[in-house]
Design a protein around this ligand. Structure first.
Ligand SMILES: [Zn+2]
Ligand SMILES: [Zn+2]
Length: 301
C-alpha cells in the first residue's frame, strides 16, 4: 500500500513561503492499494488536490471507488469536502465514514456546512453515489478488502482513529488527540487531579491502554504532533499531542515507522525539519524511523 500526504496542517490552512516545503493544507491523506478502493483520511483543504489526481485514476471516467474516513468533523478536517472532483462525475462511488454519534444525522452534518449562508450549492449537486456510514468508536468493519478498526481519541467532541490492515500491512491514522494523561475530553471535560472521581481516572487509564493496544504491531503510525511539550503544557485541553507521546506509543507497540502530522499552523519548515532530525537522533535510533509528513510525499508499506 502507498500512503500519500495531501494536507498535513492542523487548525487552519497556511499560505506562506515559510511552509512551502512541508505544506500548508489541512488534514488529508490517501491510501492506495492495487485493485482496491482508495481510502482517504479526512477531507481538509488537501482533499482538493487529492481529488484532482484521482480524476486521472479512473474517477475521471466515472469508474472510481473511494471512501473518505473522517476523524471528526471540525473545520480543518472537512473544508475540502465540496471541492472533491470525483463527486461531480456520475458513476463514481464514494463512502463517507464518520463517528456514529451523528448516526442518521451524518449527512445533515455535512449538509450544514453548505447551507446557503455558507456556500453556493448543496449536496444535491453531487453526481457520484454517496453512502453515509456511521461507525462507533471501537467498532471493526470491512470495507472492500480492507479490515478497519477504530478507537476513541481524546479530543473535544471526540475524534476517532483508524487502523487499516490489508494483506499483512497495517497503517494507523491517529489525529486529533491529547494523551490520556492530564484530562478526559469528549462531550465534557474532566481534569485529572488528586481528588478526581476514581471512575474518571479508570476511564482515562482504560482509553490510554486501548490506544497502546490499537497501535501495536502496525507498520506505520501517523500521529497528531501539533504541540511541542512546552506548548502542550500551556494548552492540554485543546485535544492535541506531542512527538514525545507519539514516539512513546510507537516504541511500546513495536511500530517501526512514526510520522509527525497535523502540524501547528505556525510551525515553519525549518523548525519542523530541525525538530524531526533532533527526535530521530535522541529517541529514534536505528530501530525507529521518525519522519515528517509533507504535502505531496508518499510512504510505501
Ligand atoms: Zn484538527
Ligand atoms: Zn478537532
Amino acid at each position: 500500500m502507498r500512503i500519500t500526504f495531501y494536507g498535513v496542517r492542523g487548525s487552519f490552512p497556511v499560505a506562506h513561503t515559510k511552509v512551502s516545503k512541508v505544506g500548508g493544507n489541512t488534514s488529508c491523506v490517501a491510501l492506495r492499494a492495487e485493485g482496491a478502493p482508495t481510502l482517504i483520511f479526512d477531507g481538509g483543504t488537501g482533499l482538493r488536490q487529492c481529488g484532482r489526481e484521482l480524476m486521472n485514476e479512473g474517477f475521471g471516467d466515472g469508474q472510481g471507488q473511494a471512501a473518505i474516513l473522517f476523524s471528526h468533523t471540525h473545520w480543518d478536517h472537512i473544508q475540502g469536502f465540496m471541492y472533491f472532483e470525483p463527486f461531480y462525475r456520475a458513476g463514481n462511488e464514494v463512502t463517507v465514514v464518520a463517528r456514529a454519534q451523528h448516526g442518521a444525522r451524518l449527512k445533515q452534518v455535512f449538509q450544514g456546512q453548505v447551507e446557503s449562508d455558507y456556500f453556493s450549492y448543496g449536496l444535491g449537486s453531487l453526481r457520484s453515489s454517496v453512502d453515509w456510514k456511521g461507525v462507533a468508536e471501537g467498532e471493526t468493519f470491512q470495507l472492500g478488502p480492507y479490515t478497519i478498526e477504530t478507537v476513541r481519541l481524546n479530543h473535544p467532541g471526540i475524534a476517532i482513529g483508524y487502523r487499516v490492515t490489508l494483506e499483512g500491512k497495517t497503517f494507523v491514522y491517529m489525529t486529533d488527540t491529547a494523551p490520556y494523561d492530564d484530562q478526559l475530553l469528549g462531550e465534557g471535560f474532566h481534569e485529572r487531579k488528586p481528588d478526581t472521581d476514581p471512575k474518571v481516572i479508570a476511564e482515562l487509564e482504560g482509553y490510554g491502554e486501548a490506544l497502546e493496544t490499537f497501535v501495536s504491531g502496525a507498520d506505520l503510525l501517523l500521529y497528531d504532533t501539533f504541540f511541542t511539550p512546552e506548548q502542550y503544557s500551556a494548552n492540554p485541553h485543546w485535544g492535541h499531542s506531542t512527538p514525545d507521546e507519539g514516539i512513546r506509543l510507537a516504541r511500546q507497540g513495536g511500530v517501526p515507522r512514526f510520522y509527525n502530522f497535523h502540524h501547528h499552523p505556525e510551525a515553519w519548515d525549518d523548525e519542523l525539519e530541525g525538530r524531526t532530525r533532533d527526535y530521530q537522533t535522541r529517541l529514534g535510533g536505528s530501530d525507529l524511523e521518525i519522519g515528517l509528513a509533507r504535502e505531496g510525499e508518499s510512504v510505501e508499506l
